[in-house]
Design a binder for this molecule. Structure first.
Ligand code: NDP
Length: 509
């Protein structure tokens, strides 16, 4: 069986027989993402014949309840419809294990249960732990895995790995502490810190686009690129996540992880191989090269915002402080715009502008690369009608995944009229395939031990090192003007000023 996620020359074999243990299986992530992803892997014959999935949680469930709940989840959230026979076969491999996350005896019984399943399915002791609970229990789970020896291969030649969900820490100190706790139980090559953005096809295509083509790489530097804009916009508010979001905010929720990943993939040097440490070495170098923001720079380089009441697609929506569960004087930011500079030879003098927010007019994530303007001497004379634009390469990550290039062309006719036009590549129309979900790719990679698309300990810490001073400065200086943008608009006016001071504008999306 070939694996459609890989290039032909790296067609891997099926993953080895193993047991996947999902901690927190009763939760939202398991329903929405993990189980639909596993089901689709099973449907495409990408799971080994000998495997088991053990869901671990406190709720009073059993195997039957888990299978029934997960069937409903797959029906609701899978990208492909549920096929009865595929589901029935897959569901035979699902088991529920009830325990508390800090109960050593429970973890000992878990070990016994896993050994029984090893025997039943002829599995050689391979374990993939998946920590899918809220972060408050991450450390308890990891500690107890270590306490009962579930971190060590049970038989010679078998393996144990752990996938850890985001958020990985809330600032530099907590990320370091979590890394240290994880490091007491697992070696770094066993640890797979997930950022599901890296599982998205378009994000991986950034690597293919940059390094499988020869035409862009010579231009990918300060000689030809004027600036870069990275946008991750959402039209939704906080939905039912007030408790989480009010403690978190946009900087932690979006910038520290997803946006820093996009930035480092966009800006990194070519790695010596498409291999986990080679790729991650280059990403870390980018993060290290970003100019640190001293407290005095924060207000000049970073804008924060919070939405007030407004309208989305013509429907009135409440402001953030009026959302159920949010403190009426909350100072949590729902919007961030920032200017970062990368101090290396490739990027010196090229600003990277990042913006993300909730309740913006539409949902869109893209990287836009603005090239320098050409000398316009030829067309500057009055008799030519021109509406020049700089060349913009837009890599759209979601929705409508694709890449487009804006360039100037002559309008047909007897006059020399110049207008911008767009050259467009869309995944859907070019490949016509239903794109696999990020979690399908990431689960398969973790199962096969390929950490290229997972975050290394030093990457997490570098990203927090850069952003923690922003959080600390904000904490010392509460925002005087929240809410400062109505829902359904593109954020606070200060974000426009941030670019206007450099003679630039945000791209209209
Ligand atoms: P949930 O709040 O749904 O929690 C998952 C399960 O963890 C619960 O069903 C509960 O099971 C158990 N749990 C253990 N301790 C606690 C606690 N203190 N409070 C609440 N539940 C607890 O979380 P999600 O499934 O939404 O998220 C899990 C992880 O995945 C988080 O780290 C999240 O940031 C990350 N994530 C989630 C995404 C999503 O779409 N939901 C997307 C990306 C990342 P029980 O009571 O049965 O033990």
């Amino acid at each position: 069986m070939t694996n459609p996620f890989r290039f032909p020359e790296e067609q891997a074999q099926l993953p080895e027989p193993a047991i996947l243990i999902i901690f927190g299986v009763t939760g939202d992530l398991a329903r929405r993402k993990l189980m639909p992803a596993l089901y689709n892997l099973a449907r495409e014959n990408l799971l080994p014949a000998r495997f088991a999935v053990v869901g671990f949680a406190r709720s009073d469930w059993n195997d039957g309840k888990l299978r029934a709940e997960m069937r409903r989840a797959v029906e609701a959230f899978s990208r492909t419809p549920l096929l009865g026979p595929v589901w029935e076969e897959f569901a035979q491999h699902l088991y529920y294990f009830r325990s508390h996350y800090d109960d050593a005896e429970g973890f000992r019984r878990l070990d016994e249960c896993l050994q029984e399943l090893d025997a039943r399915y002829n599995i050689p002791g391979n374990r993939l732990h998946y920590v899918a609970t809220p972060p408050v229990v991450f450390q308890q789970i990891i500690r107890h895995i270590g306490l009962v020896g579930l971190n060590r291969p049970r038989t010679p030649g078998s393996w144990v790995r752990v996938v850890i969900e985001k958020p990985f820490g809330t600032d530099l100190a907590s990320a370091r502490q979590l890394n240290a706790s994880v490091g007491q139980v697992f070696s770094e090559d066993q640890v797979f810190r997930i950022d599901h953005y890296l599982g998205k096809e378009t994000v991986q295509n950034l690597l293919a686009f940059r390094f499988a083509n020869s035409i862009y790489e010579p231009l990918w530097n300060q000689k030809y690129i004027d600036h870069v804009q990275i946008t991750v916009a959402e039209s939704v508010g906080i939905e039912t996540r007030a408790g989480f979001y009010d403690q978190t905010g946009a900087l932690r929720d979006m910038v520290q992880n997803h946006m820093m990943q996009l930035l480092s993939l966009m800006a990194m040097e070519p790695p010596v191989a498409l291999e986990a440490n080679a790729v991650r070495d280059e990403k870390v170098k980018v993060l290290r090269a970003i100019k640190r923001l001293a407290p005095a720079d924060v207000s000049k380089a970073v804008v924060r915002g919070q939405y007030g009441p407004g309208a989305i697609h013509g429907q009135p929506v409440p402001g953030y402080r009026q959302e159920p569960g949010v403190h009426p004087n909350s100072t949590t930011e729902t919007y961030v715009a920032m200017k970062l500079e990368i101090d290396n030879w490739r990027w010196a003098g090229v600003p990277f502008y990042l913006r993300t927010g909730k309740r913006l007019p539409k949902k869109i994530s893209e990287i836009a690369v603005y090239f320098r303007t050409p000398p316009q001497l030829l067309f500057e004379r009055g008799e030519f009608d021109h509406a020049f634009t700089t060349n913009v390469l837009s890599i759209q990550i979601q929705p409508n995944e694709g890449i487009s290039l804006t360039f100037n062309a002559k309008v047909p006719g007897s006059e020399m009229r110049i207008r911008p036009v767009v050259m467009d590549f869309r995944y859907g129309s070019s490949f016509g395939l239903s794109t696999p979900e990020a979690y399908e790719r990431l689960l398969l990679d973790a199962w096969q031990g390929d950490a290229t698309l997972f975050i290394r300990a030093d990457e997490v810490e570098e990203s927090w090192r850069l952003l923690t001073p922003v959080l600390e400065t904000w904490q010392r200086m509460p925002p005087p003007d929240f809410p400062n943008y109505p829902a359904g608009t593109w954020g606070p006016s200060d974000a426009d000023v941030l670019l206007a001071l450099d003679g630039r504008r945000w791209r209209r999306l």
